[in-house]
Design a protein around this ligand. Structure first.
Ligand code: SAM
Length: 195
């Protein structure tokens, strides 16, 4: 049987994935943003001159490469990636080295709800692309560190909409301090600007 086939009905409806069971099955998968999302992140980061970028969920570093390319084109800076799975973090480092971008990137291994606690600088751009159960907690850590006009891109909110109730409600509510909208990229990507 195909791995993950038992999750298919839930995947089709976006409803209530069991991330504790499903997440570990993705330990060998890149599951990256698509080309359009990568290009959008790059262009948005270029448009605002982003030099400090943080990412929840680095996986093999594909999105990190788009983000680091933007930082390099903006004159240099730092991308902080985060990844729970050590072998994925190692693979991301290899890919970033091969792309000649490793000097711009620090990948923090472990749970991002811990590894991002000590973010000490003002962030220009945040890609929220980890698994849904931790997206709100990570957003609550990172968003207060984002400057006015900073951009937040939240991936997978359309594909797994039922797993994003809490983070989307927070983001779209008055407490978050963002102007935000769902755009039709890769089944739905939320783009937000810090007010
Ligand atoms: C959708 S993938 C990220 C894809 C990547 N942004 C890209 O586009 O190339 C999500 C990643 O988040 C990682 N992850 C899930 N929960 C995490 C956590 N609590 N802390 C750090 N990483 C986590 C997973 O291991 C997985 O590799």
């Amino acid at each position: 049987m195909l791995r993950g086939l038992d999750q298919l009905p839930r995947l089709l409806t976006g409803r209530g994935i069991s991330w504790e069971r499903f997440g570990p099955r993705l330990a060998e998968s890149a599951i990256c943003i698509d080309r359009s999302q990568g290009a959008l992140c790059y262009l948005l980061a270029r448009a605002i001159g982003a030099r400090t970028i943080v990412e929840f969920g680095t996986s093999f570093g594909i999105s990190t490469i788009w983000l680091a390319m933007a930082v390099r084109a903006n004159g240099g800076g730092r991308v902080i990636g985060t990844e729970l799975v050590s072998s994925k973090a190692a693979r991301a480092r290899e890919n970033l080295r091969a792309a000649g971008l490793d000097d711009l990137v620090e990948i923090r291994e472990g749970d991002a709800t811990e590894s991002l606690r000590d973010l000490d600088e003002s962030m220009d751009f945040f890609l929220n692309d980890g698994f849904p159960p931790a997206m709100l907690a990570v957003a609550r850590l990172v968003c207060p560190r984002m400057r006015k006009g900073a951009i937040l891109v939240s991936d997978n909110v359309g594909a797994f909409w039922a797993d994003h109730d809490d983070d989307l409600a927070w983001l779209r509510g008055p407490e978050s301090g963002f102007e935000t909208s769902l755009i039709a990229l890769n089944e739905g990507t939320e783009i937000s600007v810090k007010s």
